[in-house]
Design a protein around this ligand. Structure first.
Ligand code: MG
Length: 384
């Protein structure tokens, strides 16, 4: 999907209780802002502008660490000032922009499905918003403090993201008086005579406003993640005059391993398992064996790279399990040192790193001690 996006992370969130502003608080193990920025980037937002309050650039940087493809600009005191700052940044972008999504950072659970429905509606109108019919009865408070019934017919709750044809929204903001108060961007477009369509809203697009909302978001966040599994296999040939590196440990042996980098088949299999779980190809895609800069390099560089990619995608490695297949060297004396080394590289507790070994009963290339093989699986908790 081709679209640009502005995520407004400017609110002070006084109704959400004490503590940091709500966009920096944690939900499901990551800052509120990170949820929607990651979802928008994954759906193809380009460029993506995050509007942050003056002085909060470092907080945004830390909340979005590892995510690529966003820029921040400083917002203003009112929401409309912040959106104007975001639109100015888009206008200055070298990318041709046809449509823009504007989203509140405090609605973390936006998905590609919401985005697609909104963008499709832009072929029929200048703007599109998610709208929910009122389920609760409505009452209006009278002067004496009593409540009187009000019809809910034709009333909707409107959410974000809201989608707009870019030029139409620019014109609408240009025509809007600078001191005008607007609670959403569809209102700005309507004020200039633009047409806004409704797409079905989603209760999951609720806005974190009150302290209780965070408890609900926490419960929902766990349902928006899934465990993904990846597997990796590698083998290298034994050769004289080479060092033997296995699972990040140097082992004294009469033969070493030949091949890509330091030929550490254990770390290669493990790197491929992690890359597989997150859909990032294989080790050769990231570190081509034909590239001389990787000759002889310590394979922990590759494993760290894979672990950094997991982090950038909001993932958490749950556990890894690796089997080395060889007759010799005997692995058992080195097993604990290998576990500790791999745990250190991945930043995991040792009990989440399993390393085992087997022989093939003298059968095949490992049995004849021509080489050594490794198999690994990794399980990773990832945002859906
Ligand atoms: Mg290899």
């Amino acid at each position: 999907m081709e679209f640009s996006a502005i995520i407004v992370a400017g609110g002070s969130g006084q109704r959400a209780g004490s503590g940091p502003a709500k966009q920096w608080r944690q939900v499901g193990g990551q800052p509120v802002l990170r949820w929607s920025v990651a979802a928008m980037l994954q759906a193809g937002a380009k460029p993506l502008i995050v509007v942050v309050p003056q002085g909060a650039e470092a907080e945004a940087q830390s909340a979005l660490e590892g995510l690529q493809g966003w820029h921040s600009v400083i917002g203003g005191t009112r929401r409309t000032d912040s959106v104007r700052a975001g639109l100015d940044a888009l206008k200055a972008s070298p990318h041709p922009i046809a449509s823009v999504l504007i989203h509140d950072a405090a609605r973390p659970f936006v998905t590609a499905k919401h985005i697609r429905a909104l963008l499709e509606s832009l072929s029929e109108a200048e703007g599109a918003v998610p709208a929910l019919a009122m389920a609760d009865s409505l009452k209006r408070q009278d002067d004496e403090g009593g409540l009187t019934a009000t019809s809910r017919d034709g009333l909707y709750r409107v959410q974000t993201p809201q989608a707009f044809q870019f030029e139409a929204l620019i014109k609408a903001y240009d025509a809007l008086p600078l001191d005008a108060e607007m609670t959403d961007d569809a209102g700005v477009l309507e004020a200039s005579g633009g047409r806004v369509l409704a797409v079905p809203g989603d209760p999951m697009l609720f806005k974190l406003t009150y302290p209780e909302d965070f408890a609900m978001a926490e419960a929902l966040a766990s349902r928006r993640r899934a465990v993904r599994i990846g597997q990796g296999i590698d083998a290298h040939r034994f050769g004289a005059g080479e060092e033997l590196w296995l699972c990040g440990i140097k082992i004294d042996h009469e033969m070493g391993l030949i091949g890509h980098s330091d030929a550490d088949a254990g770390l290669h299999a493990l790197t491929d398992a992690i890359l597989g779980a997150i859909g990032e190809g294989d080790i050769g895609d990231h570190f081509p064996p034909t590239d001389p800069q990787w000759r002889g390099v310590a394979s922990e560089v590759f494993l760290r790279h894979a672990a950094d990619l997991v982090l950038a995608k909001g993932g958490v490695i749950i556990n890894i399990d690796l089997t080395l297949i060889c007759e010799r060297p005997k692995i058992k004396p080195h097993r604990q040192a290998m576990r500790e080394r791999v745990a250190e590289i991945l930043g995991l507790p040792v009990d989440r790193v399993s390393i085992k070994a087997t022989t093939t009963e003298r059968m095949g290339f490992t049995g004849r001690e021509e080489g050594l093989a490794a198999q690994a699986i990794a399980s990773i908790d990832m945002p859906l």
